[in-house]
Design a protein around this ligand. Structure first.
Ligand SMILES: [Fe+2]
Length: 533
């Protein structure tokens, strides 16, 4: 199905991008000469569908508040067959970032793109790949990554990924990179304050003029603070090369906003405060630096247009655990990033937001600290976890007034709290949006439905590996892939897998052959034990 120009314009407006439509191929008429130094964060592409993709760059100017760039898309790397050519603005209001939605492309096709300013100063050349059409039976190859921390290491997993992809057979080359979050860590250590953490060297990322310090960590509390962190991360050459080689599909984890935060509440260790303005700023910076098909609050093409909010304590929550304080709702809805993307006949990517709608950590009440005692510090048996998780809804609405473990007895701190939620009402099956999306998918359901999330939501079968003894490693954390598989004649079955996600990347292949009751998706293959973030 081809998208019409009208719906394409609507889509570009919704995601805040300029737009360009493909025309007949011709030679470039732009006097481009490469000046990578003027495009210090490189180029990128994001969220491809069979006929369009978003292209991105950042070109800061010392003078003025708005300038125009030319974007070109070509069928060849030498730009002899340019098929799209358009002007796109960059402005100081958007930190000089540009987003262009290119429409009218062919499915499963490779294209090259570049940006040029009025003086011919050009970005590097980027490469992107459109998604296969929904009836394309070929295998989809992609890699997923998460938790990249340049404060404590380098992103050389991308270098290895590029190295392997360059040498892979054509049918096994990656189509896109799925970033499961923690693209940045907003908690930043300064190398002049901290030399090492565990066995890792601390590298410079960013400095905050208006931030807050928790222990050795500085956290941003302004838009400029978040922007500075993105710029610090995108200075990494391996990340820049990866973004110039493949389209990325991104969703945030916690650190794109706040380490222990939830909804619009900022929390970092003992520091906790209402953070509606900070949530909006974190969303704006994410929108500016990661080109994605997300819904923003603004109505103006090409701009985030942040809503005005105040930092107000959130005291009341509805039955689904959502803080009803109006500024909280506005801040959360300033950027809606959960979405569904389709890749060929075999893959629906269901991308979820696990932080904007969730409740507080049900184990965060300080009184619970004594439960495990000296013997089981920080540990709780599952029945106790279920009581805390269930809140006021536990046991049919009759939660126990007291909980106990070992010899400790404490009042149940969640007795009157809403039941814990991670996805919130909007993303759960049964919601209006969810039903609409399901109906759409149902018309042309893919062989595999992959729900991607940034943190485990249920107990799985983690393969725990000891922390690598080498330098620059991080303690392990986990990502979970839950794949619901189905074939036209077989009942749906669910399986799950977990992979080490600390500085880890893995590659996946979605094929048309559902597997048996293995605990891992068929053809799942961890990449070489690459150290990433
Ligand atoms: Fe992380």
């Amino acid at each position: 199905m081809k998208i019409s120009r009208r719906s394409f314009l609507k889509a570009a407006t919704a995601i805040g991008a300029s737009l360009a439509w493909v025309g007949p191929a011709r030679g470039s008429r732009v006097h481009w000469h490469e000046r990578r130094d003027l495009y210090p964060q490189g180029v990128a592409s994001g969220d491809p569908d069979p006929h369009s993709v978003i292209l991105w760059t950042r070109r800061p100017f010392a003078q003025g508040t708005r300038q125009l760039l030319t974007v070109e898309v070509a069928e060849d790397q030498a730009f002899r067959r340019v098929i799209a050519h358009a002007k796109t603005p960059v402005s100081s209001a958007e930190d000089w970032t540009a987003r262009v939605l290119i429409g009218g492309l062919k499915p499963a096709h490779t294209y090259w793109y570049r940006f040029t300013d009025a003086d011919g100063n050009g970005s590097r050349v980027g490469r992107t790949i459109t998604a296969p059409s929904p009836d394309d039976p070929r295998t989809v190859n992609f890699a997923f990554v998460s938790c990249q921390d340049i404060n404590e290491g380098k992103l050389n997993a991308y270098r290895r990924m590029i190295y392997e992809d360059e040498r892979a057979p054509e049918a096994e080359k990656l189509g896109f990179v799925l970033h499961l979050g923690d693209f940045i860590y907003e908690v930043v250590q300064y190398p002049d304050e901290v030399k090492t953490r565990y066995d890792r060297t601390i590298y410079e990322v960013a400095r905050f003029t208006e931030g807050h310090k928790v222990g050795n960590f500085h956290i941003p509390l302004t838009l400029d603070g978040y922007r500075a962190v993105y710029k610090g991360y995108l200075a990494d050459p391996d990340l820049q090369d990866a973004r110039a080689r493949w389209p990325f599909v991104c969703i945030w984890d916690n650190h794109e906003f706040s380490w222990m935060g939830w909804q619009s509440i900022v929390k970092a260790g003992s520091f906790e405060r209402p953070g509606q303005t900070i949530k909006v700023w974190a969303n704006q910076a994410w929108f500016e630096y990661l080109p994605s098909r997300v819904t923003r609050s603004g109505k103006v093409l090409e701009r985030f247009d942040p809503p005005a909010v105040k930092d107000v304590p959130i005291k009341e929550f509805d039955g689904d655990g959502l803080g009803v304080e109006p500024n909280n709702i506005i801040a959360i809805n300033s950027l809606i990033a959960y979405r569904v993307l389709r890749y060929g006949q075999h893959l629906d990517l269901i991308i979820t937001d696990q932080h904007s709608y969730r409740g507080p950590d049900p184990f965060s009440d300080p009184s619970l600290g004594k439960l495990g005692g000296e013997e089981f510090i920080g540990m709780s048996p599952e029945p106790l976890m279920q009581i805390l998780d269930g809140g006021r809804a536990f046991n049919g609405g009759n939660p126990p007034p007291e909980i106990q473990f070992n010899d400790a007895h404490v009042p149940n701190p969640n007795r009157n709290a809403p039941p814990q939620t991670i996805l919130g009402k909007e993303q759960k099956p049964g919601s209006r949006k969810s039903s609409r999306a399901r109906r759409r998918r149902g018309r042309s359901g893919a062989t595999h439905k992959a729900r991607w999330m940034s943190a485990p939501i249920r107990r799985t079968c983690p393969r725990v590996s000891p922390r690598s003894p080498g330098p620059q490693t991080r303690s392990p954390s986990w990502a979970v892939l839950i794949m619901a598989r189905r074939t036209p004649n077989a009942p749906r079955s669910t399986t799950s897998c977990a992979t080490r996600r600390s500085r880890a990347s893995a590659s996946c292949r979605a094929t048309g052959t559902p597997s048996g009751p293995d605990t891992r998706p068929r053809n799942f293959r961890p990449a070489s034990s690459i150290r990433s973030a």
